[in-house]
Design a protein around this ligand. Sequence first.
Ligand SMILES: *[C@@H]1O[C@H](CO)[C@@H](O)[C@H](O)[C@H]1NC(C)=O
Ligand SMILES: *[C@@H]1O[C@H](CO)[C@@H](O)[C@H](O)[C@H]1NC(C)=O
Ligand SMILES: *[C@@H]1O[C@H](CO)[C@@H](O)[C@H](O)[C@H]1NC(C)=O
Length: 235
Amino acid sequence: MLSSSITATMIFTRFLIFLFISTAVNSTFYLPKSDMNLLEFSLNLEYFEAEYFLFGSMGKGLDTIEPNLATGGPPPIGAQQANLSLLVRDIITQFGYQEIGHIRAIKKTVQGFPRPLLNLSADSFSTVINAAFEIPLSPPFDPYANDINYLISCYIIPYVGLTGYVGANPNLSSPVSRKLVAGLLGVESGQDAVIRSLLYERANEKVVPYEVTVAEFTQKISQLRDKLGNSGLKD
Ligand SMILES: *[C@@H]1O[C@H](CO)[C@@H](O)[C@H](O)[C@H]1NC(C)=O
Ligand SMILES: *[C@@H]1O[C@H](CO)[C@@H](O)[C@H](O)[C@H]1NC(C)=O
Ligand SMILES: *[C@@H]1O[C@H](CO)[C@@H](O)[C@H](O)[C@H]1NC(C)=O
């Protein structure tokens, strides 16, 4: 895991109250320990994405839609339905179902763990946005307010997955885990492309109520990623 995944971890841990790394060794899985650690990191991320997309689009999460996948983990804090147009809602719903597939796929390969406690409150996102702008925005950024805000918050997410997986792939030693991560990577990059093009269409619109355009927001987020990642992957 090189700097790109460190960046991913740094951004991502703001939302995770506990990062689960299971210490259980399950003899039915013949994976090197290092592969298992990376896949378990991925599982944390996929839980996060699934809950954020499902709640954002439908106002309900794994507990309603796929309760067996939460395996008794606590429900996320502060998750809510976002104020989305039909088009964006449909897209995000599909992303949510893709993430459900990812959780299932990872749990077939590693033993996994119950859903971690996630903090998906608007405050968690506004903290990241404030870090990107290096000053607190007033009023605080609300990812759930409308299409543009939600898409901006989503701009952070598949990218986190993507850089995490690109960073992890060379470190995976077993073909089973490489195949799995390649599959996850493909879907994450598809999501990243969709979000980028939706934001690109709106690049010159102002993010209400700030006198700042969508393009400036995404640029600040990219800069934050570069800064945290140092010489990490560039866009
Ligand atoms: C990944 O591989 C690099 C280079 O071999 C090594 O420095 C790094 O510690 C490994 N990271 C993990 C998480 O195994
Ligand atoms: C969630 O995160 C926000 C922002 O970091 C923080 O203010 C809030 O206390 C957190 N909630 C919990 C229950 O940890
Ligand atoms: C929902 O979003 C629409 C369009 O982006 C906006 O006009 C409306 O004010 C928003 N509603 C609320 C309750 O924020």
